[in-house]
Design a protein around this ligand. Structure first.
Ligand SMILES: *Cc1c(COP(=O)(O)O)cnc(C)c1O
Length: 431
């Protein structure tokens, strides 16, 4: 299948080039030339998530030669942890996406992208250097996904003093081909250094560079798999197709759900749960797309005022009426996030991370409005990742899952650099 830029259908590339490039050269985002449809009847209800992924994604890999033959092993490599669907209440389930190595849903996309790139790069004569600027959450998933992949090095840049100790540990515990650079500046400074490197032709003559950010189709496509996987499990549970409630920031996770439904999966209403960053709900209310300034909230991984994937959604639904029918969006305040976390244990016997709490609050609002479901609530991270927020609200410690506990015991190492391009360049070239 071909992929083209949201800004120009004439900018057309193969999947492998879309994955290698990340962003299209005209600044647009790559989208598949069309959304293929599948028959859910061809899928087993109880297949492993990796097998469902492999069947679902096959049409996107058609014509990719060796890469398409490797799709089953790529899916097995990326989805080597469970994605359980657990019952929350009558007619409501939680899709738990936090059982990967860094305990958040970004593990799925990052691991799939890494598994693809490793194979795409297999014949290359020089190493590929992946540059990632992170404000804390994404960098860990990317570092974990690329750790020990032959032919690939990773440089993770993060702002000194602005990530939590547990987050910092997940950025700096890898060693080997993963290099953690602690920048004496803020996240924007980290991002500036990475952007500068991509424009430095002299550097690019010496080092092959790539990125692994969330707009890559290599991260988006595999996210469809867990929607298909869970929808198939619920196939015989109710006459109504289940609605999905998805904690949403940059709209990557939510877009994958919209795509999975467009492919023919049995998914009903789709509701995006946002935090106080209201650009998407305001757009649906007014019809006017106005990105807003980002505001800081408790659900920090969703603090996005100008979500990049809106460009893909608007490309899929050029007509506003159709777009506004395709999904709903609700904004959840920090106060409601706090209350939802506090109530989680008494109401359901569960602990929520602040992001997942936005979906739970939205679900409770839907019940109050007389919409009984069936609902699937997407849980995007383990609460132990955000212990500084969750523990004071619950009044006790949150148990750390085994995979995360293992990482927290590893020794850490980072290189300190000033927010200065020459220092970054030197660090890059010294490896
Ligand atoms: C990234 C992230 C989100 C938001 O996902 P998007 O794809 O950016 O909408 C939600 N929750 C957690 C825990 C995240 O890390």
């Amino acid at each position: 299948m071909k992929f083209h830029s949201t800004r120009n259908p004439a900018v057309e590339v193969s999947l492998r080039d879309a994955i290698r490039q990340g962003l299209a050269p005209d600044g647009g985002l790559y989208v598949p030339e069309d959304i293929p449809t599948v028959d859910p009847g061809d899928f087993a209800d109880d297949a492993a998530a990796a097998d469902t992924a492999s069947r679902l994604l096959a049409p996107f890999f058609a014509g990719e030669g060796a890469l398409s033959e490797q799709l089953p092993e790529i899916c097995a490599d990326a989805l080597d942890f469970p994605v359980p669907l657990t019952e929350l209440a009558d007619n409501a389930w939680v899709l738990e996406l936090f059982h990967g190595p860094t305990a958040a849903f970004k593990d799925v996309g990052a691991r799939f992208l890494a598994a693809c790139l490793q194979r795409i790069e297999a014949g290359a004569d020089r190493e590929l250097n992946i540059l990632v600027a992170t404000s804390g959450d994404t960098g860990g998933a990317v570092a974990a996904a690329f750790h020990n992949r032959p032919g690939i090095r990773v440089f993770v840049l993060y702002p000194r003093g602005m990530v939590s100790p547990r987050q910092e540990h997940q950025l700096t515990c890898w060693g080997g081909n993963v290099h953690a650079l602690r920048v004496d500046g803020d996240f924007d400074a980290c991002q500036r250094l990475v952007k500068h490197a991509f424009t430095d032709d002299a550097l690019r003559a010496r080092r092959r560079l790539s990125s692994a950010n969330s707009i890559s189709v290599g991260r988006l496509l595999p996210q469809m798999a867990y929607y298909a996987h869970s929808a198939l499990r619920l196939r015989n549970h109710s006459d109504e197709p289940p609605g999905y409630i998805i904690p949403t920031g940059n709209l990557g996770n939510a877009l994958a759900c919209v795509w999975a439904r467009a492919m023919g999966m049995r998914i009903g209403d789709i509701r995006f749960a946002t935090n106080a960053n209201r650009s998407v709900p305001d757009f649906l209310a007014s019809g006017d797309w106005r990105p807003q300034k980002t505001v800081a909230t408790l659900a920090s991984a969703m603090d996005v005022g100008n979500p990049s994937n809106m460009e893909r959604l608007r490309h899929l639904f050029p007509d506003f009426e159709r777009l506004a029918e395709a999904f709903r969006a609700d904004s959840v305040s920090d106060e409601v996030i706090r209350q939802t976390i506090r109530d989680g244990e008494t109401r359901y016997g569960r602990q929520w991370c602040p992001h997942t709490a936005t979906a739970v609050a939205t679900y409770e609002q839907q019940l109050a409005k007389g919409r009984p479901g069936p609902w699937v609530l997407v849980a995007t991270a383990h609460p132990a990742k955000f212990e500084t927020i969750v523990e004071p609200l619950l009044g006790h410690e949150v148990a750390v899952p085994e995979s995360l506990a293992g990482l927290l015991e590893l020794p850490t190492r980072q290189v300190d650099i000033p927010p200065d391009y020459d220092a970054f360049r030197e660090a890059l070239l010294s490896v």
